[in-house]
Every structure is written in structure tokens, then in C-alpha cells.
Design a protein around this ligand. Structure first.
Ligand code: COA
Length: 159
């Protein structure tokens, strides 16, 4: 089974990493798909976001990290993935994710969306929170993977 884990990853956090580790353990191949939400302004370019994910993951046999543009339903069709996996942090995520899952299903009826509960340690975490802390000189240790902590902090310091 091929699963797609789509997101903005601006930047990848330990919460995303938790979902990637657990999702990749229950499928044959996980495609981490870095896309763009038209309503968001990103701090990291698409290639920077991909690089940070690759640095975090290193070489993994069953994980592919790639960019996608356009509709997620079209990308899923192209890759042959049967399902999309998303992390759910709290009730507040539900309404938006429910809407996205239904829209994606209306665009591609064979595409399922699966939800994985984010580990409780990361339920408060978001990429925006990481960026806000780093911009204001706060410590992001434990919030993003150790190997990218300094890169993220340096890019965002005093912005
Ligand atoms: N740990 C930490 N943070 C998490 C998390 C977890 N397990 N799960 C979600 N989040 C956070 C993210 O950090 C992000 O935080 P931010 O808002 O501060 O950046 C937030 O939850 C939501 O991010 P994400 O899941 O990446 O969704 P998104 O809204 O940025 O969507 C796409 C990005 C690319 C997946 C989406 O816009 C898309 O599918 N676009 C294609 C167009 C399309 O097909 N649209 C659907 C039909 S209209």
C-alpha cells in the first residue's frame, strides 16, 4: 500500500516526524508530498522545505520526499496512491481536515483519507508556533528535529 502524507512542512516539526515514523511503519511506501496552500505565505521555499525533510530523514527505503503542485487528488492519481494520511492534533483540526477529505473524495472517489492521532507530546505544536518562537529568539529545541534546529533558527532570527 502506498500512502501520501501531504503538507506544507514550513518547516517540518517533531510532530510531523512522529506521523512520518508511524505511518511509514504501516505501509509499503510513504510519499511525503510538499505542497503549497494558496492561503499561506511561506518562510522556506519549496526546495528548502524538501531539503529540511531529507536532512531529517536521511535515506529510508520506503519513504520518498517530493514536491507536488495542483490538486492533491490529481497527484494521488498520478502516483497510484490509494490513500492520504493526515495527522490530527485536536478537535480544532477536525473541521478543516473533514472538509479537505470530502473535497478530495469528490474529486477522486477512490481516494481515501486516513487520520492518525498526533502523539500527545506534540499536540500543541505547529510550524507557525516554531516560526514565531524562532523569530523572537526563543529556543526551538525539542520542537523541530535536532539536525535542522540551527538552520531553522538562523533563517528566522530577527525576521
Ligand atoms: N505535528 C505538528 N504540526 C502539525 C501536525 C503534526 N502532526 N499536523 C498538522 N500540523 C500543523 C502544521 O504544522 C500546519 O501548521 P501551520 O498552519 O502553522 O503551518 C497545520 O497543521 C496545517 O498544515 P498542513 O497539514 O501542512 O496543511 P496545509 O493547510 O498547509 O495544506 C497542502 C497544505 C499542500 C497539503 C494543501 O493545501 C493541499 O492539499 N493543497 C493542494 C490543493 C488541493 O488539492 N486542495 C484541496 C481541494 S480544494
Amino acid at each position: 500500500m502506498v500512502l501520501i502524507y501531504p503538507g506544507s512542512f514550513d518547516p517540518i516539526t517533531n510532530g510531523h516526524l512522529d506521523i512520518i515514523e508511524r505511518a511509514s511503519a504501516i505501509c509499503d511506501k510513504l510519499i511525503v508530498a510538499v505542497g503549497n496552500n494558496e492561503r499561506k505565505k511561506y518562510e522556506f521555499s519549496t526546495s528548502e522545505r524538501i531539503k529540511l525533510i531529507r536532512l531529517t530523514l536521511g535515506d529510508r527505503d520506503n519513504i520518498e520526499v517530493t514536491e507536488f503542485s495542483g490538486l492533491l487528488a490529481d497527484f494521488a492519481r498520478k502516483t497510484g496512491a490509494k490513500a492520504v494520511i493526515k495527522g490530527l492534533r485536536a478537535v480544532s483540526d477536525f473541521e478543516y481536515e473533514f472538509q479537505m477529505a470530502l473535497l478530495n473524495k469528490s474529486l477522486e472517489p477512490s481516494l481515501e483519507t486516513l487520520f492518525m492521532m498526533t502523539s500527545v507530546n506534540y499536540s500543541y505544536l505547529s510550524s507557525s508556533a516554531v516560526k514565531e518562537i524562532a523569530r523572537n529568539g526563543g529556543n526551538i529545541e525539542g520542537l523541530v528535529p535536532d539536525c535542522i534546529k540551527d538552520i531553522v533558527a538562523a533563517k528566522l532570527a530577527h525576521r
